[in-house]
Design a binder for this molecule. Structure first.
Ligand SMILES: *Cc1c(COP(=O)(O)O)cnc(C)c1O
Length: 393
């Protein structure tokens, strides 16, 4: 008898709560172009994190193909063994300069960057203070670290201050404040202008995760750049997997911090080095972003237009500070139903349900891309209008 018997009941329970997830296979040339193909239908894609349209940009494809021909597909080993090539060094230097920091460490993903960095910076006897809506990779890093975890209600600076004070008073050795800059499911910006000085006042380290701000805010350099706070935080985490159209994660900071992570972050030490084609693609993306700052302005403008239009139609929209536009629904089944109605009208957007978001706050998360035309954004609004009119009829 298999020990997996419990799975059937577990799966049935999730299905009963409309919480069972499946992935849909897109069949066209790309899963990241404005128009994608699902079950033979052409749909307008509104749920990709490919904010600038670079994931399907032929220039990145050419850079990746050339790197594969020249350097091969795999890197062959972890960075500290024999996996470090010239492209790794070049990309780390390029990212460090871009983030105005001394150095930068590449990881295979943003997930590993957060997990590895947090667990390297704090441990038993330390405290990590974390926003309630931080990304799962931050939560996992906190748990893995063994440090005491203090979670403050989303964006609540006063509660964060109390936790910092409490950790200090309890004699915790090191303190780490960690927050997303742009929150992935709510689309808002953390109150960094207050949090960063607060942390410094308590002598706490600060890690800011710029996954959804990289390439989007501050002319692409992120929310910290936009706010003039880049030099004030200890570690800036970013991902190459969203706006940069490639894959990978990174941590920018001081040379000593980065060298320490190269020794201590397990997701760096024990992971095979990122492969040459994705490094070349990321380098190309950075060059494009620098030459075309209008790309990041364009995706933000699309987000503002979507939010204003939906609000005017009577939908409950959360204010987008970057390019994530959440339409609040509440009930998981209702969010799925709205997603399905949109699909029938040619728009692909994803219903986000617990545990990704708190219970009772299921939503549709819309992400425009710079590669959408203005007409396509209006098409999305027209679909929402038709659904609203249908419901009112
Ligand atoms: C997507 C995301 C990550 C993980 O980045 P990957 O490169 O996809 O692993 C980390 N933090 C936040 C806030 C994210 O949205």
């Amino acid at each position: 008898m298999s020990g997996l018997g419990w799975l059937e009941g577990e799966a049935a329970a999730l299905k009963g709560q409309s919480l069972w997830r499946t992935s849909r296979t897109l069949t066209g040339a790309s899963t990241a172009t404005p128009i994608v193909e699902l079950d033979g239908e052409r749909l307008l894609l509104l749920c990709s994190n490919n904010y600038l349209g670079l994931a399907s940009d032929p220039r990145l494809g050419e850079a990746a193909a050339a790197a594969a021909r020249e350097h091969g597909v795999g890197s062959g080993a972890s960075r500290l063994v024999s996996g470090t090539g010239e492209l790794h060094v070049q990309l780390e230097e390029r990212l460090a300069a871009w983030k105005r920091s001394e150095d930068c460490v590449l990881f295979s993903s943003g997930y590993l960057a957060n997990q590895g960095t947090i667990a390297a910076l704090v441990g038993r006897g330390d405290a990590v203070i974390s926003d309630a809506l931080n990304h799962a990779s931050i939560i996992d890093g906190c748990r893995l670290s063994g440090a005491e975890i203090g979670v403050y209600p989303h964006a609540d600076v006063a509660a964060c201050a109390r936790l910092l004070h409490k950790a200090r008073a309890a004699g915790r050795r090191r303190l780490l404040l960690v927050t997303d800059s742009v929150f992935s499911m709510d689309g808002d910006l953390a109150p960094l202008g207050e949090l960063v000085p607060l942390a410094r006042q308590h002598g706490a380290m600060v890690l800011v995760d710029e996954a959804h701000a990289t390439g989007v805010l501050g002319q692409g350099r992120g929310a910290l750049a936009q706010l003039g706070l880049e030099g004030q935080v200890d570690a800036i985490v970013g991902t190459c997997s969203k706006a940069l159209g490639s894959v990978g994660g990174f941590v920018a900071g001081s040379r000593l911090l980065c060298d320490y992570l190269r020794n201590r972050a397990r997701g760096y030490v024990f992971d095979t080095a990122p492969p040459p084609p994705v490094l070349a693609a990321t380098l190309r993306a950075l060059a494009i972003l620098e030459a075309e700052p209008a790309l990041s302005e364009r995706v933000c403008r699309h987000a503002q237009r979507l939010a204003a239009g939906l609000q005017a139609l009577g939908y409950q929209v959360m204010r987008p500070d970057a390019a994530v536009v959440p339409v609040l629904v509440g009930d998981s089944a209702a969010a799925l139903a709205l997603g399905e109605r949109l699909r029938q009208r040619g728009v692909l957007a994803l219903a986000i349900r617990p545990p990704t978001v708190p219970p009772g706050t299921a939503r549709l998360r819309l992400c425009p891309m710079a590669s959408h035309t203005d007409a396509q954004i209006e098409q999305v609004l027209a679909a929402f209008k038709a659904i609203r009119d249908e419901a009112a009829a």
